[in-house]
Design a protein around this ligand. Structure first.
Ligand SMILES: NC(=O)c1ccc[n+]([C@@H]2O[C@H](COP(=O)([O-])OP(=O)(O)OC[C@H]3O[C@@H](n4cnc5c(N)ncnc54)[C@H](O)[C@@H]3O)[C@@H](O)[C@H]2O)c1
Length: 479
């Protein structure tokens, strides 16, 4: 394996042709659309291909079919350059230097394994178009060993045979920061089987590499494993602090103080050490399950057995949040007006795949609460998937008349809200901060009963705040 520094040096020599490369991006969802737009920005000619007619029509018209800060504007700029186009016609991929595979690899409905049917279908449509020397570079997150199988398929089915090479180039972007993460990634990982494949990827990313992005060039299996290992580590860190929150809940310790103290330890660091409702989305949960499943298939399940506990800790946070809200409702949620702030799995995204906020909202609804949801960007997606919930059009409308407010996705809008102004709208000043994102003292000072998982609950008499005029119905417990 090449060291990152050697690789970076060799790559600097391989600057792209002045006119850029010709690229196809297969699958234009969150990852693929971002990749296509950003590659056009780097000067390449890019065609984005998807089987979803509506998505392609929308992208071609300059309308981003999902929310990602800054990407809609960049999409329109790149369309105007003429370097970027979108189509459902796979023959448009013909002749491209690199074909990036960006289709979804969700969890299978019947098992923890990754569902690779979209990847296989995409390659089946792409392969017949590959009649010249080219590279197919997988970016989707896949189980270890997938690329090896796809290589054999490609060589059998592409007219170019073995001159159509396969590489794996895993993607680490975060929704909400997708452009920045694509153009200034922490590292680039090239899983390659030849110098030729390495040179093409290096040429594609030349401006990033020139900007100092380290490159790790390695074999296909290691490239696949880097992504699984990175997501497993992040998930473990989140669940670790949430496991500590469970201990805090049993002992009266304060998980926020604990996390702060741990974060000052250079060996530990503070990132991904924030307690709360835990992780969700279209990546971490399905990736750790698929990794565990694949490790078992390989006979090394024990090595990552701990990931099942990481998953379980994460799932328990959702029920524990419902329990805390139920405690605030004095044990009975029937008919209680609960406002859920947040639907997206994280702020600055409209992605609701495995969103903890909506899972909690669903459980509250099932327990009899009258649930109203508000999210700045994910309302349409949430409405489609959870029509049984009530939706408000603004933050103010959402909290008006609420008996309990639950902050479940930490959008800036919610974190910046004035506790006194919100307090004037609610029926009862009860708030559960599922993300440890609010200023607890400011809320308490404004007369709210503020609760968060893993932090001691201060009784009203213990709250060190100046007296605030609180309407009688706003004090204390719901009942
Ligand atoms: N979303 C992220 O933040 C992110 C980050 C890193 C890695 N990933 C990985 O990237 C992959 C894609 O994730 P996503 O979030 O973009 O998913 P997505 O569901 O938003 O997009 C997948 C796209 O693939 C298209 N597709 C399905 N079958 C196809 C076919 N046969 N031919 C062409 N297109 C087809 C779908 O129509 C859809 O537009 C996954 O493996 C995911 O784990 C995602």
């Amino acid at each position: 394996m090449k060291t990152p520094s050697t690789t970076a040096r060799s790559v600097l020599a391989a600057s792209p042709a002045p006119e850029g490369l010709s690229l196809s991006v297969i699958g234009t969802g969150y990852l693929g659309a971002t990749h296509a737009v950003c590659m056009a920005l780097l000067g390449h000619r890019v065609v984005g291909i998807d089987v979803d007619d509506d998505k392609i029509r929308s992208l071609a018209a300059g309308q981003l079919p999902f929310y990602e800060p800054g990407l809609g504007e960049l999409l329109r700029r790149m369309l105007d350059t003429g370097r970027l186009e979108f189509t459902t016609d796979f023959s448009a991929a013909r002749g491209a230097d690199i074909h990036f595979l960006c289709v979804g690899t969700p969890q299978r409905p019947d098992s923890p394994a990754a569902d690779l049917r979209y990847l296989h279908a995409a390659l089946a449509r792409l392969a017949p178009q590959l009649d010249t020397d080219c590279l197919v570079a997988g970016k989707s997150t896949v189980p270890i060993g997938t690329a090896e199988g796809l290589t054999a398929y490609l060589h059998r089915n592409a007219p170019a045979g073995t001159r159509a090479e396969l590489a794996w180039n895993p993607e680490f972007l975060r929704e909400g920061h997708a452009i920045e993460d694509t153009l200034r990634p922490d590292r680039l990982v090239f899983g390659v089987a030849s110098e030729h494949a390495h040179g093409l990827l290096a040429a594609c990313y030349a401006p990033l590499i020139a900007d100092g992005t380290p490159v790790v060039a390695t074999d296909l299996a290691t490239a696949e494993l880097v992504k699984a290992a990175a997501n497993s580590y992040l998930a473990t860190k989140i669940s670790y602090i949430n496991a500590m929150a469970e201990i805090c809940e049993a002992t009266g310790a304060d998980v926020n103080h604990l996390a702060t103290a741990l974060s000052y330890d250079d060996r530990i660091g503070g990132r991904f050490l924030k307690p709360g409702l835990g992780f969700g989305g279209g990546c971490l949960p399905k990736d750790i399950r698929s990794f565990t499943h694949r490790a078992k298939e390989l006979g090394v399940g024990q090595a990552v057995g701990f990931l099942q506990e990481v998953d379980a800790i994460n799932q328990r946070r959702r029920q524990r949040t419902v329990d805390l809200i139920t405690e605030m409702a004095c044990g009975d949620l029937s008919g209680v007006r609960v406002t859920v702030l947040g639907a997206a799995f994280k702020p600055d995204s409209d992605d609701i795949r495995d969103a903890p906020a909506l899972d909690v909202a669903r459980m509250l609804h099932q327990a009899g609460a009258k649930v109203t949801v508000y999210d700045p960007k994910a309302m349409d997606n949430a409405r489609r998937s959870y029509p049984e919930l009530t939706y408000a059009e603004t933050l103010e409308a959402a909290v008006t008349g609420a008996e309990i407010v639950a902050l479940l996705t930490e959008w800036d809008l919610f974190c910046r809200a004035d506790p006194a102004a919100l307090g004037a709208l609610v029926q009862l000043r009860n708030i559960v901060d599922g993300r440890h994102a609010l200023d607890a003292e400011a809320y308490r000072a404004a007369g709210w009963d503020y609760r968060a998982l893993g932090t001691p609950n201060r009784l009203p008499g213990q709250v060190p705040v100046a007296p605030v005029p609180v309407p009688a119905q706003n004090s204390g417990c719901h009942c």
